[in-house]
Design a protein around this ligand. Sequence first.
Ligand code: HMG
Ligand code: MG
Length: 298
Amino acid sequence: PIPQRVQLIDVGPRDGLQNEKQPVPAAVKIELVHRLQAAGLTEIEITSFVSPKWVPQMADNGEVMAGIQRQSGVRYSVLTPNLQGFEAALQTRPDEIVVFGAASEAFSLKNINCSIAESIERFAPVVQAALAAGIAVRGAMSCTVGCPYEGDVAPERVAYLAGLMKQIGVQRVDVADTIGVGTPLKVQKAIQATQQHFGVDHICGHFHDTYGQALSNTLAALQMGVWNFQSSVAGLGGCPYAKGATGNVATEDVVYLLHGMGIETGIDLDKLIDAGAFISDFLGRPSGSRVAKAILNK
Ligand code: HMG
Ligand code: MG
């Protein structure tokens, strides 16, 4: 049965802006977060505690976390690839940390400079420390349908990674289509593989829209009972280690889809469109959301 309510996690400030060519001041990121929470988003992925040499756009992680006026009922998450990142993140009191691995070996090496097995060894103490500190833990799984370096990724690889994530104590996982090559049946197979280790309540869909399939893939995941999704306001983004990959599916477009199906999100679409217009204006380009464009041009 299709869920009656969906929880959206806006990853725009992190996944969206990590790949941005022009510098985005911390104050703009903070204002974006404020607008997202004003629009009713109750989970926001803020930043990454990664190497500033690898991803300079996230170098202001501490400043952004410190500048946010937190709203009760809103959960703020950050990416932490290793203990060094976790310890820096801990100072900023995130509600959830995200370890991020890949179902493909080549992507793991390019993105985090280690094999899948090594990444799990690095994540294990991070997960332990987070849980001990009362911080929730999510595991992002990249390339669950396709990899920019290896091509198609088999569902067995996804099941393998999900099993490792489960073993080290990760509480929920993102099934990510990093380069947006997935189509509904392939995405359903990746989710099914994940379900060998995580219940549907602990699976989030994370679909990039490079090939224009993300909304279809969202619907396909909904039909399996998935009710947690990541999306990016104005369709911002891409991954610096996935050349040519465009942003996540636009939050506005997902909200329009869901509300049109009578599914609750708690989000005010008009305010969300304002948040998207704010960041698109700053970046000096049109929003990547079809819904935002349609409504603003009416
Ligand atoms: P490494 O070079 O193997 O790390 O990088 P190292 O432990 O050998 O350390 C080397 C240097 O990095 C040292 O500095 C460390 O201090 C520093 P130096 O002595 O040379 O001056 N360092 C750090 N600095 C700050 N924070 C840290 C940290 N760790 C080490 N946490 C590392 C390994 C993982 C750090 C590196 O590969 C990295 O930062 N990668 C960034 C990956 C990234 O952010 N990718 C984008 C996010 S993932 C994504 O977008 C996909 C997702 O959306 C899902 C999907 O769509 O697929 C989640
Ligand atoms: Mg992503």
